[in-house]
Design a protein around this ligand. Sequence first.
Ligand SMILES: Cc1cc2nc3c(=O)[nH]c(=O)nc-3n(C[C@H](O)[C@H](O)[C@H](O)COP(=O)(O)O)c2cc1C
Ligand code: SF4
Length: 444
Amino acid sequence: MVPWRATDEGFVTPENLDWYRRFAQGKPGVLVVEATGVRDIPSGPLLRIGDDRFIPGLQKLVEVVREASDGETLLFIQIIDFLSVRRRPEKEKYFEKFFTVAVRHRTGLAELTQDSRWATASDKDVRDYLCQASDAILESVLDSRELEALRYGYRERVTDMNLDHVRTLPSELPPVFAAAARRAREAGFDGVELHYAHAYTMAGFLSALNNRNDGYGGSRENRVRLPLEVFRRVRHEVGNDYVVGVRFLADEVIEGGSRVEDARYYALEFARAGFDFLSLSKGGKFEDAHQPKVGQAVYPYTGQSGYECMPTVLSDQVGPFGRTVPLVASIKEAVNRGGFTVPVIAAGGITTFSQAEEILRSGKADIVGLARQALADPDWFTKVRLGYGTEVRRCTYTNYCEALDQAHRAVTCKLWDRHDLDEPGAATVDDGRRRLIPPAWKRS
Ligand SMILES: Cc1cc2nc3c(=O)[nH]c(=O)nc-3n(C[C@H](O)[C@H](O)[C@H](O)COP(=O)(O)O)c2cc1C
Ligand code: SF4
């Protein structure tokens, strides 16, 4: 879970160490460190692993987790690539800075206004006119990507074959992921999780919307090609005795997107290739995200696909609980039927011990993952193990933490971030109004 605690250069901070120490104290079987960028490019206060200079900080993080969990918690790191997403611009800024006047805009304006002078008007006149134009005019003169850049902020896709750096992703990404995985091993992590889910680059390749024409888009076989090539390169780099897992989508939950049939196919391909675990998520896409306010970036967890990724209590009769589990069960069944025993992981709205136990006992998944419930109570694991389940602080799934993530603010949980603020040594943010990690569990 991204907690927004790294430095702007992507280094591990004392706050990162406190965060992971606190989770490790609850002794989950495995802790997966937040999505960590594989490239050496600025990405705000998100962890990075795109250069050897990041290794010492990550090494420290590994040591802290080992010590806090008495060596009982395995530590993986999730590694990720993402394409460019810009904030929604002011209209004036968009037309002045980002908009390129083309012949088709001039032709469109000339037709609409019955005025042929647009063919030779200056670029500035075209920009100024469009900046003042009605929505109807903009919708007839701009293409869908220009309208999107104006109304949501510019966003790259894996299908932007006109962009050199996008066209070359199939040759660029395998070595970049492999080097990141090698650094993870050097830093002492027990394994890496390749992030092929949600709104990120590799998920873009797996998406049914990927119609690249270079052999990496179109059919399922082509869409899974780069994800497999990245895996093979990573495996080659870290060796067979190192855990390499994958997180991908059981369903994209967007129009024209990949469905569970695609996920079953990918799962079999991933199992055959030799991944050590398959972790399923759902949705979390830009395609159906709500329009951001001017100056903010589009957030891929605001539409229906976002809802299915991090479901809240505002829901149907199923509520936020285990909505991905039936899909995971069908994926696991296909994997096992194919002769593979690679563990399949379910996550999303898993909150009580009995719910987790039922998923495992009935064979719907091999492992269960908790994100928000673990944030609400990092001691969940110890409490249920020791029979203190009634003392678990239950997540209410109202997504206060998600709102903080959306605003790029330090993520905390509303169930504990105002508790014991005067506790000596409690680190806080917002002028002392929120503590950064939960108080220690005082066993009754
Ligand atoms: C604040 C926050 C940060 C998250 N960061 C990540 C992340 O870095 N990588 C990831 O795969 N999922 C991330 N997720 C999604 C969770 O892993 C999980 O799929 C989702 O919250 C549903 O599971 P849950 O009901 O147990 O929370 C994040 C969720 C939240 C609330
Ligand atoms: S802030 Fe709300 S949704 Fe997030 S972990 Fe806490 S209780 Fe759960």
